[in-house]
Design a protein around this ligand. Structure first.
Ligand code: HDL
Ligand code: ZN
Length: 424
């Protein structure tokens, strides 16, 4: 509760001039479910990234480094993590002003942890992180971010990750699995041999018993991971149906597996992978997709649920239109290059106008633990005024809202829509 504010009775209409404050209070008091991240539960050992060196070598900041520094990428990547972080700190935070979204995010994290974002060197900051112990530090970070649950990204064909699963680990209950299918759906020819080597009778052309065996592989991993959804990122060139293996596998194995498992599939559409391979993880870009594929999937597979994010700003409005046509389509997040206040504002306003509170506004996509602090602070700071403005317009049109209304809507947007869409 903000100092000096008196909580209005929950059923009293909120005066227009109080709306901003009440929405801000309710957002601050409502822990969110972060439905797509690259975080790992602490039980995955070193897989879970945290601390200043990881924060600074985030691929968003690496891309920005190469715009300011003449260092060739291959020379940068040859440095060790500490030297990489030192160079990024000096270049983006000391020699220049950290005004970009990703750079300002590191400043926000340091401030939230009581550290000096104007430090000339990283030594004092490193000392703080070296003094942290994850069991006590992780809940502190999630509390600072107002995050109660996190969905990971789990790849059943990543040998280092599967080693952890094969040890029978039980992830911290705040961390949920999402079974990621990129290698199967986007690069079948390179990975079908690995399924065959694991005893699944699959073929390069997806013929024979491939569809049943891919379904068995996914089901076997779902038993271990207990995923809240299956997921795949898809290129801007994605078409469905098409005369390709992806169509066969999606229609004949993955979507049936989702129906068996009673989970949605998350489609993240519009990524152009490795447009500049020299930048490694920072080398991906975005492209406008043809969402006719999504229209076909939602219509032809009414028993499946589609959790969808699109990477191109130009695809956002049509995603809203499709969400009005298909109740089995749940738009979510302002993904990756869209997660900037100017674009989050535009996307969220059109979603509120076209969908009411029936969508999932945001996910963090965090790769490093502390990023949830700034990504969720930004989300609350950007979306709060938009929600308040929707209520202001509603009041002007004759229906004031109460604190109860605000609590119900914020809970639906940041928790209940996801919980309902993913319940079996
Ligand atoms: O494919 C994805 O899940 C993307 O989110 C990529 O991981 C991307 O590199 C990313 O981290 N975006 O925020
Ligand atoms: Zn991601």
């Amino acid at each position: 509760m903000m100092e000096g504010s008196v909580a209005a009775p929950v059923d009293r209409p909120i005066a227009a001039e109080e709306l901003g404050r009440v929405v801000e209070e309710v957002l601050a008091a409502t822990p969110v479910i972060d439905i797509h991240t690259h975080l790992f539960a602490p039980e995955f050992g070193g897989f879970g990234l945290w601390g200043i060196d990881e924060l600074l070598t985030y691929h968003y900041l690496e891309a920005e480094l190469f715009r300011f520094s003449p260092i060739p990428p291959e020379q940068y990547f040859a440095l060790d993590k500490t030297r990489q972080a030192d160079l990024i700190w000096k270049t983006l935070f000391v020699e220049n002003t950290p005004v970009s979204e990703a750079a300002r995010g590191v400043v926000a994290v340091l401030s939230a942890l009581g550290l000096d974002p104007r430090a000339r060197t990283l030594s004092p900051i490193r000392e703080f992180f070296q003094a942290q112990s994850l069991p006590a530090y992780l809940p502190r970070v999630l509390d600072l971010a107002g995050v109660s649950a996190v969905v990971m990204t789990n790849d059943p064909l990543d040998e280092t990750e599967t080693e952890w699963w094969n040890r029978g680990i039980q992830p911290d209950p705040r961390f949920h699995a999402a079974l990621r299918l990129d290698r199967i759906l986007n690069d079948w020819s390179a990975h079908c041999g690995r399924l065959a080597a694991k005893g699944y009778a699959v073929e390069a052309d997806a013929g024979g018993s491939t569809l049943a065996e891919v379904r068995r592989f996914v089901t076997d991993w779902a038993v271990r991971m207990k995923p809240v959804y299956l997921a795949v990122s898809l290129p801007d060139t994605f078409r469905f149906p098409a005369a390709d293996v992806r169509t066969k596998l999606l229609a004949g194995a993955i979507l049936p597996a989702c129906r068996d498992l009673k989970v949605p599939i998350s489609l993240m559409i519009g990524v152009r992978r490795q447009v500049n391979p020299a930048l490694r993880l920072a080398g991906d870009a975005a492209g406008k997709a043809d969402l006719l594929a999504l229209e076909t999937l939602c219509r032809e597979f009414p028993e499946n649920r589609f959790l969808v994010s699109v990477l191109s700003r130009e695809n956002q409005h049509e995603l809203c239109v499709y969400a009005r046509k298909f109740a089995n389509l749940m738009p979510f997040g302002c993904w990756w290059f869209l997660n900037n206040p100017s674009i989050v504002e535009e996307i969220t306003r059109e979603r509120l106008e076209m969908l009411g509170a029936s969508f999932i506004p945001q996910h963090s996509d965090a790769r490093i633990l502390e990023q949830v602090i700034y990504k969720w602070r930004n989300t609350r700071r950007t979306i709060g005024p938009l929600l308040a403005q929707s209520y202001r317009l509603l009041a002007q049109d004759g229906r004031a809202v109460t604190r109860d209304d605000v609590c119900r809507d914020v809970t639906r947007l940041f928790r209940a829509n996801f919980e309902r869409f993913t319940e079996g």
